[in-house]
Design a protein around this ligand. Sequence first.
Ligand code: SF4
Ligand code: SF4
Length: 321
Amino acid sequence: MMINPDDLLFRIETRPRAQEYERRYLGASEIGEECNRKLWLKFHGYAQPEQFSDRMLRLFKRGIDEELRFESYLDSIGIEIVDTCRSQAGFKDGFFAGHGDGVYLIDGDRVCGEMKTHSVKSFATLKRGELKFSHPKHYAQCIVYTGKFNCKYALYMAVCKDTDELFFDCIPFNQEEFDAYLAKAEYITMADKPPERIATKPTAFACKFCHVKDICWGFEMPRVDCRNCTSATKHQEFASFGCDKIQKSNDLVKRSSNNQLDERGYCESHSFNPYAMHELQGWEPLEFHPQHRAVEYKKPDGETIINGEAPFGVPSKDLRA
Ligand code: SF4
Ligand code: SF4
């Protein structure tokens, strides 16, 4: 008897996978994102990381596999490869970090590479217009890596997954835009208050596919995480979060790792950043109780509540909208 192919496919697509590592930094691949609020909510752990289907993970893997092909094309025409796509030239600028797809020497110029796969539709828009407008996130990566890797320009390489057609473009460096991306990264990672929404209603097209939408518009309580706790401290120089309540020591060397955070992602003493609760849930902060690190609020229905460790307050995980 032959094996059932549907059963085989189901078993492959639902097989247990290694737990994805959750980024504790803001990536260069995200910095061109239009919505600052989405970046802020993600970076500060307000929403669960986006979950991808097996098909989407295969698509991402396809993009990674394609990098070797691009590199072989460059190599075959004698371009000197300084950093390969697998050596992943990277930069780390506090909480802002990224890994490029390669660095080359072309006619004496240092050039960084950015490699992408596209659907037919996306490939067509790429060929029609400037990268900056057709694919702003890709453009931002090109500018950031060019500046960070001390290159003259970026070589953008694209392949259409359906036809295998190639498209190459040179993206010149722009110092003003580079500075603006760094300033944006600093703002997203260091601001205590959530940035404004980019839309006036949750049904707006701009919000349609946003995975933090329910948190952003207050339909769901935020995820409890050390990064959004009143006791969390940020140490940009070490790209690390610390805790002022549990970890009283000011030993910054020890704080240079994410191990400073509670292993579960939070502890019973968690209380939410009051700026965020005001913005996301409309809860008005009334008083901070420093000895308990707890925050007292007035909810939109008039009820008052203390968020903090029990029995003094209501633990964050038990809060209801
Ligand atoms: S739902 Fe809209 S406004 Fe809110 S974070 Fe997402 S894109 Fe931004
Ligand atoms: S949740 Fe607990 S361990 Fe984490 S920052 Fe807050 S008090 Fe510290």
